[in-house]
Design a protein. Structure first.
Length: 180
């Protein structure tokens, strides 16, 4: 298995725990290292999602970066003869009232489906794990804001998925707690 990352130091613990993982360094936005990473690969999981900056006014900027990264990826995939790309994306909500975040995810799915590799688009709701960004974000908000005004798009219905893993158990998170 090959893992494509910008900073190999950030995944050193993964490399140390699994001898069958090859680390390939590069950057999706510049395209650096993509062809080498996809060389002789049959399939690739595209698990890339920008979350924007510290300001909600940066949504357009991160959405454009997401699309550029997807275009760079699919161009390299076409050149290297990748057979399949698997993309985990949000639910297949459609319509004119989508947030920039959801619209961006749909546009990336379209870009990844436009190349030579067969595209498998997995549409999942939010995945909540004690080690995940979604859980930490929700916990942060609940602990600090007794009341919160929400934008109109917040009423998008989802079916969250809870994920428990050994890291969750080791830290003791989510045990005996009910988060609804």
């Amino acid at each position: 298995m090959r893992l494509f990352v910008r900073d190999p130091a950030k995944v050193a613990d993964i490399k140390n725990s699994a001898a069958d993982i090859e680390i390939s360094r590069g950057d999706l936005l510049s395209g650096e290292g993509l062809e080498e990473a996809l060389n002789e690969a049959h399939s690739a999981y595209y698990l890339v999602h920008s979350m924007g900056g510290k300001s909600v006014f940066k949504n357009t900027e991160y959405a454009e970066k997401d699309k550029q990264a997807a275009r760079n990826f699919i161009a390299a995939a076409d050149k290297e003869g990748l057979k399949r790309v698997i993309y985990l994306v949000t639910l297949g909500e459609r319509g004119d009232n989508l947030s920039e975040h959801l619209r961006s995810r749909a546009e990336v799915a379209t870009i990844l489906s436009s190349g030579k590799p067969a595209a498998t688009i997995l549409r999942a709701a939010i995945i909540i794990s004690a080690c995940g960004a979604s859980f930490e974000m929700l916990r942060y908000l609940v602990e600090r804001l007794p009341v919160m005004g929400c934008p109109k798009w917040i009423d998008t219905r989802i079916q969250p998925i809870a994920s428990f893993d050994r890291r969750t158990e080791e830290r003791g998170d989510m045990q005996g707690r009910s988060y609804r």
